[in-house]
Ligand binder design. Structure first.
Ligand code: NAD
Length: 366
């Protein structure tokens, strides 16, 4: 297969971790006989420094022509970086929003998986997570409350703020399809999360999700109210396979789910449109506090590359092989500093490695 991948190394630790993801992708390509052509574009602070804006139209054009985009992360320290002393629409994060909007990336997929070797980092009690958990949150990304009309004005002398939450049937249907398609590649269970007891948008959500479910008879569907879901995530995370939900609920629940895995440096994500195209990136940010030190954990970027193989190229074996290589390297005791155990009894069993070594070890296991 021939792939045309655009890389956006970005800012902070972005370039360091994208380099390791490319190392692993190249090893996969070599083993399975694929050809990968890479092209780099600038986004975020790196683009501001050169062009005075966080993402140029030319860069968007290049990204659009690719089969998929591998993104490191963008942004800097908001209190010290000059990138935050300019107009909000010219700051690094505006580049990311422009990319999502222009490429119509309406579906955000964020897995939350507890590695046996990293159970110590999980803040939940051992008896709750002794069997681990493995879920993915499929979140609507371009509709709902964050994209509705908003205003703040005085009404009858009282300052009043208004945000609107609206969803069309079409918007719900396309994310529901992504949710069910994702479940078909996993354990075939969808938990659709809403607030049907209060919101009209949730009542439409539930109706459309049930309609889409009829096309996926192999997938079991359950509905859950969002407040109950927030509780169930910490009470019994193992029950979840695919959590399908709207924009704001997904924003909150996906951070809760990543928190219980114990390490942000391990978590990949994918943002997809209605073609096979996607932008794949770590769930964390550019970590300016550790940038340039060579100590960042590259696993989130490497697993993002695995998601790219699975969702944009349907290469399940190759994606699975990367995930297995990550597990093997962890089980052999290699850790970057962010996942190094606090528990002193484990010292000596584990070995601390830098970004480059972690990438090379994973590539060597392929
Ligand atoms: P962050 O995720 O960058 O960092 C939070 C903490 O996690 C830091 O201590 C950092 O060192 C650590 N961390 C994150 N990724 C790590 C990794 N791979 N290995 C080891 N440790 C890691 O969050 P923040 O500090 O709130 O944000 C920093 C910048 O990143 C901001 O400018 C923010 O806007 C931006 N950001 C970008 C994205 C994106 O590009 N999609 C997402 C979130 C935040």
């Amino acid at each position: 297969m021939n792939f045309n991948i655009v890389c956006i190394p970005g800012d902070g630790i972005g370039p360091e971790i994208v380099a390791e993801a490319k190392k692993v992708l190249n090893k996969i390509a070599e083993k399975y006989g694929h050809n990968i052509a890479y092209k780099d574009i600038l986004m975020g602070g790196a683009s501001i420094d050169v062009y005075g804006e966080p993402l140029t139209d030319e860069a968007i054009k290049v990204a659009k022509a690719a089969d998929a985009v591998l993104l490191g992360s963008i942004g800097g320290n908001a209190s010290t970086s000059p990138w935050y002393r300019i107009a909000p629409e010219l700051r690094p994060e505006a580049g990311l929003l422009k990319l999502r909007k222009t490429l119509n990336l309406f579906a955000n997929l964020r897995p939350a998986y507890l590695y046996e070797e990293l159970q110590e980092a999980c803040p939940l009690r051992e008896n709750v997570v002794s069997d681990g958990f493995d879920m993915i949150i499929v979140r609507e990304l371009t509709g709902g409350l964050y994209f509705g009309e908003r205003s703040t004005r005085e009404i009858n002398g009282i300052l009043t703020a208004l945000d609107t939450l609206s969803y069309t049937e079409k918007e719900i249907r396309r994310i529901a399809v992504k949710g069910f398609e994702t479940a078909m590649k996993r354990r075939k269970k969808v938990t659709s999360v809403d607030k049907v007891n209060v919101l009209d948008s949730s009542r439409l959500w539930r109706k459309v999700v049930e309609d889409v479910a009829r096309d996926y008879p192999e997938v079991s569907l359950e509905h859950m109210i969002v407040d109950n879901c927030a509780m169930q995530l910490v009470k019994n995370p193992k029950q979840f396979d695919v959590i399908l939900t709207e924009n704001m609920f997904g924003d909150i629940l996906s951070d809760e789910a990543s928190m219980i895995t114990g390490s942000i440096g391990m978590l990949p994500s994918a943002s997809l449109n209605d073609t096979k195209f996607g932008v794949y990136e770590p769930s964390g940010g550019s970590a300016p506090d550790i940038a340039g030190k060579g100590i960042a954990n590259p696993i989130a970027a490497i697993l993002s590359a695995a998601m790219m193989l699975r969702y944009s190229f349907d290469l399940e074996n190759e994606a699975g092989e990367i995930e297995t290589a990550v597990k093997q390297v962890l089980s052999e005791g290699y850790r970057t500093v962010d996942i190094f155990p606090q528990d002193k009894s484990q010292y000596g069993v584990v070995k601390q490695v830098d970004t480059e070594t972690m990438g090379s070890l994973i590539a060597e296991h392929i």
